[in-house]
Design a protein around this ligand. Structure first.
Ligand SMILES: [Zn+2]
Length: 211
């Protein structure tokens, strides 16, 4: 309950920052909105990991914040996000700010060497024949970590993504026949960042078996 109240307060604070942007925030937003800079999609005044940030590009894992605004950068960096600080005295240094954003966002795209999605994984016949012996399935553990119950949409269960926290339940999770999990956020959140927010490693997506 306390957590829900805190979330509500955060969303309210994000909304107020969106409806009453600082002059610098408005100037920068006019330049980066609608994927105008290198096709990078930014959200304005977003809640990321329990913090309201000026701009957030979920696909590139980049957070943009003005100098002097308090932010727990360590928590963001630990989750695999990059933080770009821009001067508050825009527009005089607008081009510098745009350059920094471009550089960080571009770098992240190049850096993203994720393992292939688990759904493409092919297991050998000998391991495929093993019966799962896990008493708690990855899905059950995930739901307890997220504190949510999934809503079924086709083959998937949908959750509020703990990273972008979009209320449209953009986190799709599929339980495969062997109880391993496949997950994907439609907002483009990267899998390493997502797992890190949940406190998981890739191994946690697999059902545990006695061997
Ligand atoms: Zn997400």
């Amino acid at each position: 309950m306390r957590r829900r109240l805190a979330t509500r307060a955060l969303v309210r604070s994000a909304m107020s920052r969106r409806t009453h942007p600082s002059p610098a925030a408005q100037i920068l937003w006019d330049r980066i909105r609608g994927a105008r800079v290198d096709g990078i999609r930014f959200r304005r005044s977003s809640v990321v990991l329990g913090q309201v940030v000026a701009f957030y590009a979920p696909r590139q894992n980049v957070v943009v914040e003005f100098d002097g605004v308090t932010l727990n950068e360590a928590a963001l960096v630990a989750a695999g996000l990059r933080v770009v600080r821009v001067p508050g005295d825009l527009p005089t240094r607008l081009d510098d700010a745009l350059g920094a954003i471009r550089q960080q966002a571009g770098r992240v795209v190049l850096d993203r060497a994720e393992p292939p999605p688990l759904i493409q994984g092919r297991r050998t016949r000998s391991t495929a024949r093993q019966e799962p012996t896990a008493t708690v399935t990855p899905l059950q553990r995930l739901e307890s970590e997220l504190g949510q119950q999934g809503r079924r949409v086709g083959q998937d269960l949908r959750y509020i993504c703990p990273l972008c926290r979009s209320r449209r339940r953009t986190l799709a999770v599929r339980e495969l026949p062997d109880q391993n999990l496949w997950l994907y956020c439609f907002e483009g959140c990267s899998k390493p960042a997502l797992l890190s927010v949940i406190g998981w490693s890739y191994r946690d997506l697999y059902a545990r078996r006695e061997s």
